[in-house]
Design a protein around this ligand. Sequence first.
Ligand code: AHR
Length: 346
Amino acid sequence: MKRKKNRTTGRKLFVVTAAALLAMTMASMLSGCGNQAAVDIQTESSDGLISVAFSEVGAESDWRVANSESMRTTFTEENGYEFYFEDAKGKQENQITTLRNYILQGVDYIVLAPVVETGWDEVLQEAKDAGIPVIVVDRMVDVEEEDLYTAWVGSDFKEEGDIAVEWLEEYLEEQGRADEEIQILHVMGTLGASSQLGRTEGLEEGVAVHDNWEIVAQLQGEYTQAKTYEVVSEYLAGSTDIDVIYCENDNSALGVIQALDEAGISYGTDGDVILISFDATTVGLTACLKGKINLDVECNPLHGPRVEQIILQIEAGETPQKLTYVDETYFTPDTLTEELIEERGY
Ligand code: AHR
């Protein structure tokens, strides 16, 4: 990794120069002479890059791959950045080591997509002491002092869970099954990740207010197709009495589909089991369009431009909003088309 360069970038220079030009024009209109601040800004170096160092969770899902790609295509040299990327392979200890390396290198910005919420106070304090702003993306960090990170951008995972519960309520009503006993198999994501915590909370709250809904088991699918296939197959070998599978991401849903197919259990719009998923990536939406997944709640991974927006605000001397929630929707087979899936591009 190279030492950080001069922090004025081509992009920043463009932004600042436009502002400076405006300031100079206004100043000369008002007083007929130059503006010192604008002149100072314009004398900064124009060939430096902003170093942005990203610690990514891993490559456990299609969502994650799209997220990494969004960062890579945003923080290019062409756009004025020097980009560092480390895949933590799903381990928080790897992320802590990576962050310490980034701090030692003196990068301009650290971007952290945390595996889990807790256990960040110490290393974030080290980044703060080194004067490096940390932007948290996707999952949250749960820290004692809010100022240990500069800003966060991501999804409202609890809201995603609420959307799924509300949809299920209406769907059962439409099917005339509102008063039936509903057995729910819950496949959880990585334990302790905000996305798991929020989606789980949404489901558990929904079950708590429906006397006829029951969670028959909570399995750990770890957001991967392979792990989910393994745990669901094992479960189905003992019991097949299930009405709904609430699966916390698309790759897990593929593992569920694989296990159900092998067990000879029908699912989706024409089957016995209602399948709910999260993410709305191409793989999930394609299965949804075919009627294999009944509901796919969106979790948008395209955070690169959103993180860049925060960095540009800081570079411009502004204070970014502390928490930014991304607007999201949901998809069902009747609202999907091939064109819509293609347009999304991930
Ligand atoms: O934190 C977002 C979740 O992490 C996505 O739902 C999942 O696919 C990813 O691995």
